[in-house]
Design a protein around this ligand. Structure first.
Ligand code: ADP
Ligand code: MG
Length: 617
């Protein structure tokens, strides 16, 4: 017999499991059955190709035996089993990727809302919620002799020889004093019905099969009840509530597909759970070949739960080979397009419900636009933004925007800002308001990247309103104020020359604005592909990486009909020092309205100088 210490992370996990998750104790049964089910799935898959399988004839199943007098629960499976090394590694360490952050998140979730724990899959160690001692006897399908693992969950475990076992794994739980109910049949049967009804192997409780083994996704839609669908979702998604959307579809050509996909109600990445694993499993003829498949759907659909089954896939395909298998790529395309089409239909059928979805999962679709060219056309129909014509909090679609476009308008316009009020008070929307042209408000940091990636929608260019070359003039109409209000031509060119001299190190150019109505000035981007919002985010990400932020020089547009600008022209001749302060303040104000960074210290100091002057200090 040899004694081993648990890995440090495992000790922490055990501590959380034993002390914090107490109220969700039932889930340990689910965790152990799910491990058995995984081991059976692996066995089924291996036996298709492997030549030598130990105990090849034993049926694939899970048996649960209870002893009310001795207070024990025994779960036995005929799955792949574990060798001595596997016992030591699999039941002594945590396999979860980035186990450190996993633990921190788990501990936090355990404090916040214990029912969320179901999402985590605490795994094998959950056994110690109910057991004071756990014994695991296991024999691998490779036929090597069996071993026995034991622990009380305190800090160490032992492993010793255990000859004469059948293939598979047996877990014997000696129940704690306050957990004796787990040795009673009704209790265990209820838990299995609640959590493990869809395990695709017989679960025999005291010799009696308690689940109906079925692949729900291969059955015909009209034979499946709402309740069955919801129960299946809860099973496959480890969820406690119902899904928000469900798509069940089958196809025979060009590929044979049975898919059952669910959208949950919550976005777990939003709740501080970190990046979620993909939630769709890939089957071939009801045999699981890739759990939490990274290949069957694009990464940005990782929030979906469900099953994809295709008879066309070769059964003996390895997980690695899935990655660039042409058939898998084709499946992925077909299923993704089908799902996006379904979303578009739902958006039409029940717009409010779709908006709920958009508010929760829109960020994933935006990720899709910026990371995946393949589905941009479909995704463009699904994105939603607020606009000058939409109600507050009720974003609109690009399709609706285009339908509302007036004659002669050939672009879709957008402008970034922190919120609706700030955008509407800013200089960029002035001419849009005056000309009654709708403008989209992009209020999330990623939004300008999304629209930039799309480039156009239904043949209409997507244009940011802070572009320098924006032209909103339409035939027969004059822009801005009437020429009489404006500064004389000569005075104008003098003022512009003077401003360029003063702001030379900061601006690329100073320009007579054609689109300011009331504001004295605004910042625009001569680089048509970069918006101020994008620049701000890229600068921030450079700072995060310890690099100096990069910024390009912008154009300052001035409003020659603005009284302030007109007076400034005069002032620059009479009191150049003061005029310089005013010009610099106008520039800083425009930068702030563009959401760009100015030096606050310098600005405040200058601002006080100007204030002093105006009150006559
Ligand atoms: P997970 O199932 O998420 O991998 P667990 O803590 O539940 O994490 O299990 C850890 C590992 O122990 C499994 O990945 C598997 O390799 C092994 N294991 C657990 N139970 C069994 C079993 N009944 N048969 C074979 N291997 C098992
Ligand atoms: Mg597990």
């Amino acid at each position: 017999m040899s004694t081993h210490e648990f890995q440090a992370e495992t000790k922490k996990l055990l501590d959380i499991v034993i002390h914090s998750l107490y109220t969700e104790r039932d889930i340990f049964v689910r965790e152990l059955i799910s491990n058995s089910s995984d081991a059976l799935e692996k066995m089924r898959h291996e036996s298709l190709t492997a030549e030598d399988v130990f105990d090849a004839d034993v049926p694939l199943e899970v048996s649960i035996d209870l002893n009310e007098e001795k207070h024990t629960m025994t779960i036995t499976d005929t799955g792949v089993g574990m060798t001595r090394e596997e016992l030591e590694k699999n039941l002594g360490t945590i396999a979860h990727s980035g186990s450190g952050s996993f633990l921190a998140e788990l501990a936090e979730a355990a404090q916040k809302d214990v029912s969320l724990i179901g999402q985590f899959g605490v795994g094998f160690y959950a056994a110690f919620m109910a057991a004071e001692k756990v014994t695991v006897q296991s024999r691998s399908w490779d036929g090597s002799e069996g071993n026995e693992w034991t622990s009380d969950g305190a800090g160490s475990f032992t492993i010793s020889d255990c000859p004469g076992l059948h293939r598979g794994t047996r877990m014997i739980l000696e129940l704690k004093d306050d957990a004796h109910e787990y040795a009673t049949k009704w209790k265990v049967e209820n838990i299995i019905k609640q959590y493990s009804a869809f395990v695709p192997f017989p679960i025999k409780l005291e010799g009696e099969t308690v689940n109906t083994v079925q692949a729900i996704w291969t059955r015909s839609k009209n034979e499946i009840t709402e309740e069955e669908y919801n129960d299946f979702y809860k099973f496959i998604g480890n969820a406690a509530d119902e899904p928000q959307f469900r798509l069940h579809f089958s196809a025979d050509a060009p590929l044979a597909i049975n898919a059952l996909l669910f959208v949950p109600k919550e976005n777990f990445e939003n709740m501080g759970f970190g990046r979620v694993d993909p939630g769709v499993n890939l089957y071939c003829q009801r045999i699981l070949i890739d759990q939490h498949s990274e290949n069957i759907l694009p990464e940005w659909l990782r929030f979906l739960k469900g099953v994809v089954d295709s008879e066309d896939l070769p059964l003996n395909i390895s997980r690695q080979a899935l990655q660039d298998n042409a058939l898998v790529l084709k499946l992925r395309k077909v299923i993704t397009k089908r799902f996006l089409k379904y979303l578009a239909e739902e958006a039409k059928r029940d717009p409010d419900n779709y908006l709920d979805f958009w508010n929760t999962f829109g960020i994933f679709l935006k990720e899709g636009v910026t990371s995946d060219f393949e589905f941009q056309k479909e995704l463009a129909k699904l994105v939603r933004f607020e606009s000058s014509r939409s109600e507050d909090g009720k974003p609109t679609s690009l399709t609706e925007y285009v339908e509302r476009m007036g004659e002669g308008q050939d672009s879709i316009y957008y402008i970034n800002g922190p919120n609706r009020a700030a955008i509407e008070a800013g200089p960029y929307v002035e001419m849009f308001r005056k000309k009654d042209i709708e403008i989209i408000y992009t209020m999330e940091p990623i939004d300008d990247f999304v629209l930039n990636h799309l480039g156009e929608f239904e043949g209409k260019k997507l244009v940011s309103a802070d572009r320098a070359d924006l032209d909103l003039s339409t035939d027969g109409e004059t822009d801005s104020k009437t020429e009489d209000d404006k500064l004389e031509t000569e005075a104008t060119s003098e003022l512009i020359t003077w401003l360029k001299k003063i702001l030379d190190d900061r601006v690329a150019d100073v320009i007579d604005s054609k689109r300011l109505v009331d504001s004295p000035a605004m910042i625009v981007n001569p680089d048509g592909y970069m918006t101020s919002s994008m620049e701000r985010i890229m600068a921030a990400s450079r700072v995060e990486k310890g690099l100096a932020p990069e910024s390009s020089k912008k154009n300052l547009e001035i409003n020659l009909a603005s009284p302030l600008i007109k007076q400034l022209a005069e002032l620059s001749k009479k009191d150049e020092d003061f005029a310089t302060e005013v010009a610099e303040q106008i520039y800083d104000n425009a930068m702030i309205q563009a959401g760009l960074v100015v030096d606050p210290m310098v600005m405040v100091e200058r601002n006080y100088k100007i204030l002093n002057k105006s009150v006559g200090v």
